[in-house]
Design a protein. Structure first.
Length: 135
């Protein structure tokens, strides 16, 4: 009888520990941090792609200008307009994305990630996800 009482008590303790573990695991912020990290990783990936695209356009413009200079030819009006159009386009896209990233971070930091430790956790999760989704 004493043996079965101890066994029952042991099983009850294990069950209580399992329930406590389950409840605390379900209540944690992992799903939230994962969703937030996915959002930040997607924005950072988009920013990286935009940077690469901008750099390629700048290199193409430099190459064109060098080729024209080599042959002592000026830029045509159409070429100047195209270059100006690209500059305006990339300036607007960069400003828009920077604003979106800033607003997203401000919102996340104000509502959820208030401490440096929470922000480090978000950064670490974002970096992990970014490795998976960014080329």
């Amino acid at each position: 009888l004493f043996r079965s009482y101890n066994m029952m008590r042991s099983n009850t303790l294990i069950a209580l520990l399992a329930i406590c573990f389950f409840v605390t695991s379900c209540g944690n912020e992992k799903p939230q941090i994962n969703a937030d990290a996915k959002l930040m990783a997607a924005l950072e990936c988009k920013a990286y792609k935009l940077k690469v695209e901008r750099e390629k356009a700048a290199n193409d413009i430099r190459h064109m200008a060098d080729s024209l200079a080599k042959h002592k030819l000026p830029l045509t009006d159409l070429q100047s307009q195209q270059i100006d159009s690209l500059k305006i386009k990339y300036t607007a896209l960069t400003a828009e994305l920077a604003s979106k990233i800033t607003k997203t971070m401000d919102s996340l930091f104000a509502k959820t990630y208030r401490t440096p430790e929470q922000r480090r956790e978000l950064d670490a999760e974002t970096a992990k996800i970014k490795k998976e989704i960014c080329p």
